[in-house]
Design a binder for this molecule. Structure first.
Ligand code: FAD
Ligand code: GLY
Length: 365
């Protein structure tokens, strides 16, 4: 496994539980990078994704309650899953009308949601500005603590026998004209018959594979910050078109996120953090007095067509699990099962759906 973010760790865990002998290499800290930086929302219905992806997102959400329980049991670390719905807030009547339309479309797809007037919205989340027009609570969505999930997956992997190497970069895939032979790493050569590229935003940067096996993945920076508030002050992940607030059990409120093409630059900027605070406090002015306890940025693995790359390639033994962009935390359970099924040649309803597509490579960000 190249890359031990939540995607690499989850695939490694699944393969190991199915009996494979798995090693995972990460050039940094396992569960770090985007997997650490994310907000942890489990929100298939938040945006309207490409049709091919919509069903996969919903399928992964449906797997999550069992998955989180199993990972908790296997690791002793609770990822603090909360499926109490995500609240969208409308700041004016035009946005409210869009939420009503969204509710109708969701009902058509069998997804329950409740349209709320401004009073009911503020009753649900008292920190929200009472001057908003209303909200929409989409039932069944939610969030977890993705940093805890990363730690839990690593511990579960190690308990299952996966050898996880941190600060160990894979520098090249070794292959003959037909198939994978192994990996060159900063700690030497490792022979392997099956290799998974789960390198997140770096997935297109790996030497040694044929051009038609390179996914068109590029980094999209997301900056975030956290406020330290009293425990329980907010209970729902709360979303508007330009900012969201996601609670943690310890009281922290995560405010995110920017969406920027900044190459591999994972710094926070004054402009980015200023904009998040301004937009966040406009929606929830009651947060004004809390301490800013942390700020950070991560690189989402984006693709040109908005679809992840999960599956086999033309190089025998070489597989991809990357390009999860804004939904990589949500897609952990479904990705792990899908790729393990593909590697084992087992049937899976999504097999082939996210196989590598030959688009122009997007390294010029
Ligand atoms: P990463 O976590 O980036 O892991 C890739 C790993 O590969 C890294 O650890 C890196 O060190 C390693 N690596 C790179 N190169 C090498 C190499 N040469 N050798 C060895 N290892 C290497 N998703 C959601 O579902 N819900 C959200 O609410 C959400 N919010 C987000 C908010 C922000 C601000 C950001 C940035 C992302 C958010 N996401 C969210 C997206 C989600 O975090 C990502 O899609 C997901 O974490 C991708 O996981 P990954 O394992 O593919 O990548
Ligand atoms: N899914 C939230 C984000 O990527 O910012």
């Amino acid at each position: 496994m190249i890359g031990a973010g939540v995607i690499g760790l989850a695939v490694a865990l699944e393969l190991s539980m199915r009996g494979a002998n798995v090693r995972a290499f990460d050039s940094g800290n396992p569960g770090g990078a985007a997997s650490w930086a994310g907000a942890g929302m489990l929100a298939p219905y938040l945006e309207e994704p490409p049709e091919a992806l919509a069903g996969f997102l919903a399928h992964s959400l449906a797997m999550y309650a069992t998955y989180a329980r199993d990972v908790h049991a296997a690791s002793g670390i609770d990822p603090e899953l909360q499926l109490n719905g995500i609240l969208r807030v409308a700041r004016d009547e035009w946005e409210m009308e869009r939420l009503r339309e969204r509710s109708t479309r969701l009902a058509g797809a069998g997804v329950a949601s409740t349209v709320l007037d401004s009073r009911a919205t503020v009753e649900l989340e008292p920190a929200i500005d009472p001057h908003i027009s209303g909200g929409l609570l989409v039932h069944g969505e939610g969030y977890l603590d993705n940093r805890r999930l990363g730690r839990a997956l690593r511990r579960a992997c190690e308990r299952a026998g996966v050898r996880v190497a941190e600060q160990t970069a894979v520098t090249r895939v070794e292959a003959d004209e037909r198939r994978v032979l192994g990996l060159q790493t900063s700690a030497g050569f490792v022979a392997a018959t099956t290799v998974v590229n789960a390198m997140g935003a770096w997935a297109s940067q790996l030497p040694g594979v044929p051009d038609d096996c390179v996914p068109s993945v590029f980094p999209v920076r997301g900056q975030m910050l956290a406020l330290q508030a009293p425990k329980g002050l907010m209970r729902h992940a709360t979303y508007t078109d330009d900012v969201y607030v996601v609670p943690r059990r310890d009281g922290r409120l995560l405010i995110g996120a920017t969406t920027e093409r900044a190459g591999f630059d994972a710094r926070t900027t004054a402009e980015g953090i200023h904009g998040l605070l301004e937009r966040g406090l406009r929606v929830a002015p009651a947060l004004r007095g809390f301490t800013v306890s942390e700020s950070w940025a991560g690189l989402r693995p984006a693709t040109d067509d908005g679809l992840p790359a999960i599956g086999a390639t033309t190089l025998e033994g070489y597989f991809l699990a990357t390009g999860h962009y804004r939904n990589g935390i949500l897609l952990v359970p479904a990705t792990a099962r899908l790729l393990a099924d593909v590697i084992e040649g087992k049937p899976n309803a999504f097999a082939g759906t996210f196989a590598l597509r030959q688009e122009a490579n997007s390294l010029n960000v």
